[in-house]
Each structure stands twice: as structure tokens, then as C-alpha cells.
Design a protein around this ligand. Structure first.
Ligand code: ADP
Ligand code: MG
Length: 229
């Protein structure tokens, strides 16, 4: 199996002295290309921190993260931003949609930022695939939490990024919509070979993953292939 991401003794602490929070402690793992990995664990165990460090959105306090052999943990901000735009899609737990833009404009944003051709038809197709046909002109404030989450997913997938990170992407969705979203993520793996990493509490998501990583108190405590929950 081809290693795409390598986390080597990644530690992330917040604060100092007696109030230090150890979000990640000495975490070592590799993520393989063209697969879907679920990251599970209780609230506060470091899942979001793990995802953000792996995606180059946050920097480890110590340790290193390599993407396709390239150390991204020490990379300059400009280079890192460019690399993220070209290769990484991220679905935030809090969606992070731009409130002044429509759903369609939000979905088009990564193409714009990456200097690619604006392609509204493609954005509408992505929106249709997450069940939001007809809502392309709505602003985030006019959409429900679940609908905003689906816009965020369409936005993360529009560039067909090599690596997709999704932080609880089905958290505010009903069962049927959640299954659809998971289907899209699985399809990114099968259709164009994406590497997908999903934080989830949902056993149904874990069941359809190639691998499940479990965190507890900032450490990796289980790593299972085939995804028993
Ligand atoms: P999870 O996503 O599993 O709920 P997080 O990665 O968000 O966990 O958080 C891990 C730990 O780090 C928690 O104790 C959390 O309170 C702490 N933490 C996360 N972000 C910050 C921050 N910006 N400042 C201080 N502590 C933080
Ligand atoms: Mg979280």
C-alpha cells in the first residue's frame, strides 16, 4: 500500500504550565492512498486536532507530518496554502461557509482560489449530488445546519482533491442524507482515487470505512482494518 500521509511523533499542546492541554501526544501513524479511514473517539480526545495537523491547517508543537514524502509541518505559510489548495479538501465541523456568498458561490470558491476556471454548471451538479438542487442561490443563513453541511461537502469535493478531510460530515444529517454523503466520499475513493479521512461518531460510517483509528486522550489506542466498531 502506498503511504500518502505520515505522522511522526505528532504532539500538539495548547497553553503552558499547569494549564497545558495535551490535544495529541506522540501520535504515529500512516495513512494509505486511495482508502477511506474513519477517526473515532470521545469528545475532546483530539480528533479535530489530528485532522487539522494532518491537513496542514494547524502545526504540531513537535513531530512532523509528511504528505507524499514532503514535510508540511515546517513548510512556510504561502507554500503550504498553495499546496492545500491544490491537493486537499477539508470539511470543517463548523462548515466555515462564507455568509455573503450563495451556496453555488461557496462551492466555486476552491476553484477560484486555485486559479481554475469558474464552472457554475459543475457547482450545480455537485450541489445536486448532495441533494441541494434548487438551493444554489440560497445564502448559508437561509439554509438549515444539515444543508450547510452538504454545501461544505460539495465545496470540499469540487476540485477532486487528492486528500479529503471531513470533520463529522454527517453529524447534522438524517440517516438517509448521511448515507448519501458517505456514498459521495466512498465514490471519491473509487472514482478518482482520493484518500479520505473522516472523523465520525457514526458506526454506519465506520462500517463502510477501510480502516478505523481510535483516539483517546490524544493517543492512538486502536487501529483496525475492515472496520469492526
Ligand atoms: P475532538 O475533536 O476529539 O472533540 P479536539 O481536537 O477539538 O477534540 O480537542 C482536543 C483537546 O484540545 C480538548 O481538550 C480541547 O479542549 C483542546 N483544544 C482544542 N482546541 C483548543 C484551543 N484552540 N485552545 C485550547 N485548547 C484546545
Ligand atoms: Mg472535533
Amino acid at each position: 500500500m502506498e503511504t500518502l500521509l505520515e505522522l511522526d511523533r505528532v504532539t500538539r499542546t495548547y497553553g503552558r504550565g499547569p494549564h497545558t492541554v495535551h490535544a495529541l501526544r506522540d501520535l504515529d501513524t500512516r495513512l494509505y492512498a486511495h482508502s477511506l479511514t474513519a477517526v473515532m473517539g470521545p469528545s475532546g480526545c483530539g480528533k479535530s486536532t489530528f485532522l487539522q495537523c494532518a491537513a496542514g491547517l494547524d502545526r504540531p508543537t513537535s513531530g512532523s507530518v509528511r504528505l507524499a514524502g514532503q514535510d508540511i509541518s515546517g513548510m512556510g505559510e504561502r507554500l503550504l496554502t498553495r499546496l492545500r489548495r491544490a491537493r486537499i479538501g477539508f470539511v470543517f465541523q463548523s462548515f466555515n461557509l462564507l455568509p455573503m456568498l450563495t451556496a453555488e458561490e461557496n462551492v466555486l470558491l476552491p476553484l477560484r482560489l486555485d486559479g481554475k476556471r469558474k464552472d457554475p454548471a459543475r457547482a450545480r451538479r455537485m450541489l445536486a449530488r448532495v441533494g441541494l438542487d434548487g438551493r444554489a442561490d440560497a445564502k448559508p443563513g437561509e439554509l438549515s445546519g444539515g444543508q450547510q453541511q452538504r454545501v461544505a461537502i460539495a465545496r470540499a469535493l469540487i476540485t477532486e482533491p487528492e486528500v479529503v478531510f471531513a470533520d463529522e460530515p454527517t453529524g447534522s444529517l438524517d440517516r438517509e442524507t448521511a448515507a448519501g454523503v458517505l456514498g459521495l466520499l466512498r465514490e471519491a475513493v473509487s472514482a478518482y482515487g482520493a484518500t479520505v479521512v473522516v472523523v465520525t461518531h457514526d458506526p454506519a460510517v465506520a462500517e463502510r470505512s477501510d480502516r478505523v483509528l481510535r483516539l483517546a486522550e490524544g493517543r492512538l489506542v486502536a487501529d483496525t482494518v475492515g472496520a469492526p466498531v
